[in-house]
Design a protein around this ligand. Sequence first.
Ligand code: ATP
Ligand code: MG
Length: 587
Amino acid sequence: MLEEKEPRHAVIYSAEPPGPEQEARFLRFLRSKYGPETTLSWEKSDRYPRGFRMAVYTEFYDWSVDGRLRQLKDRLEDLPAGEGDVVPLLRDAVKNWTPQVLAEEEGTVSSVGDGIAVVTGLDHVRYGEILLFSTPAGEVRGMAQDLREGETGCVLFDEDGGVCQGGTVRRTGKTAGVGVGEALIGRVVNALGAPLDGKGDIQTQSYRPLERPAPGILERRSVSRPLETGILAIDAMFPIGRGQRELIIGDRQTGKTAIALDTILNQKGKDVLCIYVSIGQKASAVAQLAENLRQRGAMDYTIIVHASASDSAPLQYVAPYAGCAMGEYFMEQGRDVLIVYDDLSKHAIAYRSLSLLLGRSPGREAYPGDVFYLHSRLLERSAQLSAEKGGGSMTALPIVETQGGDVAAYIPTNIISITDGQIFLESSLFFAGQRPAVNVGLSVSRVGGDAQTKAMKSAAGTLRLDLAQYREMEVFTQFASDLDEDTKAQLRYGQGLMQLLRQGQYAPLAQYEQVILLTAALGRLFMDVPESETGSFSRELLEDFRARAPELCGRISATGLLTGEDREAILREARDFIARTAGERGW
Ligand code: ATP
Ligand code: MG
């Protein structure tokens, strides 16, 4: 790097040499900016008709026709997007525009490969800045990722963009970001915010950087409002609050995505905006998921950010940050946002490839040393904002895939330590038909309890404890042949609870429905229901409640409270239902 004090030399390239007066003006400008000893020389070049180009070390001033037009273009790109006709806006922008003498920096590509370019000559480039690589076919975008002395490692967003060694690179001064706004809702976009669903351009309202500091302590308040998943096992035992970060963790094919999907479906009509970020998944799987959401009317409040397995590692790497930036825009308007990162294991792998290509030294499991920071700076951005900040929230459901149920591996332990709890899904439960396969012993929600409604809290009562006791007893009595009546009853009760927690996909339960089922089950009314009939029995029971006690259902929904009288009423009604239908059931 050039020392600040070292005298600099400037070169002017133009068709004709500058006149003496012009030269004096240049020198005055240069000496005021680069020090009194700056010198100037001229070189003939026919590339800049009606203008010139002046280079001072790595900076240059482009006063050619092309350069000035480019300035105008940059200015037009910065125009605020909005409704209405653009022509007057353009006319205005051009009328009040005079090209400025701006120092630009230009570098040279010294090597390129695998979506990574190493550039020299960009001394003032910042981390995360967007760089434009000139290629015969136009300009290709990249992002500065690795700032080393004398050279910069950049990731290219378009691997096959034709960037080659020796090509020029210019700085834009802008940090990488995405367009955000209402127009994104209902759309499927890539990690840079470009549409993937073939439904035309997206007119975003503003541009936000991908990376941003998380809200500070004073800008937050504690989690206090529930985010209902509609899944009984989760809402009753591991409640999630708005602004919370709850990890969904489990082996492959254990229903992780299904839980996130059901949670999104359950937000219908609850004024929660959902963002589903898919990282490194098959495009076909995401297309199916989008179709699923659309059919169930959930795309009206959902954005899908998709970086598929075949996208470059840089795109997979930026996808969650892009989704987060979109979410923050809505959160800052006081709205509630739910964001799903599916999944962060693949994100970490994309980051690992990118880091290895950039030549960073590998650490544990070949991940770079800062892989913890990769996810902490992402998840910290979820928050419940304080009333002064508008009171919006962003709830995060990151998903992590484990290998052989090993939650103690590197990436899982990192993310467990960042989040406010985890829902642990187990393959053995999943294959035994216990779906959602929530492992009650290993799952936890650290802050959601404060957000649970009083009705849910009192209805769920001792559910966790009872299940823990049941599991213990089940292990102890596994090989016993003659059990006393008490133990048998305990086991039947536990089995009934486990049965109750089975829930199909796309069948979310409303709060009052969960309260009724829990109250009845914990009141030991499900003990005599045969295993295979629990599902149909619960459905019919709820049907009966809706028909015969609509005020009770309405009251629980509206107030979120369960009074002692209502509890008695639920038990009475449920017993009555069992007595009435005993005949037709035959058990
Ligand atoms: P991957 O590791 O491949 O991402 P995953 O853990 O996300 O898998 P899903 O794709 O959500 O798992 O679910 C796997 C299969 O199990 C799917 O076919 C899904 O339909 C089914 N499934 C998930 N949850 C349930 C449920 N509660 N009831 C019935 N089937 C379910
Ligand atoms: Mg999945």
